[in-house]
Design a binder for this molecule. Structure first.
Ligand SMILES: [Cu+2]
Length: 119
């Protein structure tokens, strides 16, 4: 009887370890390590810069700080970053893209845009 309990405990531990290991493998959104940061600050109803410039090929930790209101940011084809969150994004294609808020945040939501220049 005791042996069975010990065996079950060991099994639970092994399963827990296996689950943790698996999680670590699949979590990074990109394989590249970020080499810098792109900080975006949002207020009602604008971003702190009209233009954000990044270098083509760079992987950056993109963070969005909502200083006033709740906003999230959509960086065109490069994806979304939620309110007060950050995410590693690789800017692999040169061009000029539109950044906009992707959380319906009120009166000025529709015009809450900025430019992203990848060069
Ligand atoms: Cu909005």
């Amino acid at each position: 009887m005791k042996k069975t309990i010990v065996y079950l405990l060991a099994l639970v531990i092994v399963l827990a370890l296996a689950a943790c290991g698996k999680k670590e493998e699949s979590s990074p959104a990109t394989t590249a390590t970020p080499t810098g940061e792109l900080k975006i600050v949002a207020t009602n109803w604008q971003f702190d810069q009209k233009e954000y410039k990044v270098k083509k090929g760079d992987t950056l930790t993109v963070s969005l700080e909502s200083k006033e209101g709740a906003h999230s940011v959509k960086l065109d084809k490069f994806g979304n970053v939620g309110s007060n969150q950050s995410k590693a994004i690789t800017f692999d294609k040169a061009g000029t893209y539109t950044i906009n808020c992707s959380t319906p945040c009120g009166t000025g939501h529709a015009t809450m845009t900025a430019k992203l220049i990848v060069e």
